[in-house]
Design a protein around this ligand. Structure first.
Ligand code: ATP
Ligand code: MG
Length: 241
């Protein structure tokens, strides 16, 4: 038995259908993610990657099918309850509050009125030291890469068990992409946090993911292991870049 198959299953979707206004985008999607894995979900624009992330956290309701997390069905739970079960969601485009400071944004992430617990603050600044330097700076004045680290920090403060990370590299300089990937991998090694990463940036996929699913038209059409991630032709074909 290899290492992957010994790990416990953390999250499974079965026949998941979800979409907008009664029209499904996800068409019976099935994935299985194990404890401590970093799994990428790739695919062309508009195939439903963000819809998948939103349906896992509960911002898009499931029309049918199931989402099983730590052995329990969660597809009927509202987003805040899924967050309380340890699922952290970092949306595409980051969505930080531009007029709030770094510290205030983090406090919102922790749903805290007042001071952030020291333990939570430490978790955030250990992962992303830049946020400590910029703690009192308004988020809107920071670079895209710094805002992305803040968006991730906002979920780290609540000590998530699973992080849903939607296109963190979008609009960010290549060297910062590598920094973020390195910090996330280190966090995964240190804490065992599981990560589902939606990405189209091949460098970030390779720097972070251990394996990947390929999505097309709301379904998983291929599952690639670690060695395939380094097959240039194969990856470019799936990303169609
Ligand atoms: N709020 C919405 N209301 C209606 N349709 C939507 C909504 N959000 C997305 N869609 C549609 O659902 C489909 C899937 O979109 P989704 O954002 O999940 O794709 P994606 O794979 O994340 O794309 P990208 O790579 O551009 O981020 C698209 O056809 C899109 O137009
Ligand atoms: Mg998207």
């Amino acid at each position: 038995m290899d290492r992957e198959t010994r790990k416990e299953v953390l999250l499974t979707t079965l026949g998941l259908r979800a979409g907008y206004g009664g029209k499904p985008v996800l068409q019976g999607l099935e994935i299985e993610v194990r404890e401590t894995e970093i799994v990428a979900v790739i695919g062309r624009n508009g195939v439903g990657k963000s819809t998948l992330m939103k349906s896992l956290i509960g911002l898009v309701p499931a029309m049918s099918g199931s989402i099983v997390y730590r052995g329990e069905p969660i597809e009927l739970l509202p987003a805040h309850k899924r967050a309380r079960l340890g699922i952290g969601y970092v949306p595409q485009g980051r969505d930080v509050f531009p007029r709030l400071t770094v510290g205030e944004n983090i406090a919102v992430g922790a749903a805290i009125n007042g001071d952030i617990p020291e333990e939570g603050r430490k978790r955030v600044v250990d992962a992303f030291p830049i946020l400590e330097e910029r703690w009192h700076q308004r988020a809107g004045t920071m670079s895209g890469g710094q805002q992305q680290q803040l968006a991730i920090g906002r979920v780290l403060v609540a000590d998530p068990h699973l992080i849903l990370l939607d296109e963190p590299s979008e609009g960010i300089q290549p060297n910062i992409v590598q920094d973020i990937a390195r910090n996330m991998v280190e966090l995964n090694r240190k804490t065992g946090v599981t990560i589902i990463l939606v990405e189209q940036n091949l460098d970030m996929i390779r720097a972070m993911a251990q394996r990947c699913y390929v999505m097309d038209k709301g379904r998983i059409v291929a599952s690639l292991d670690g060695s395939a991630l380094h097959d240039e032709m194969e990856m470019r074909r799936h990303l169609a870049v």
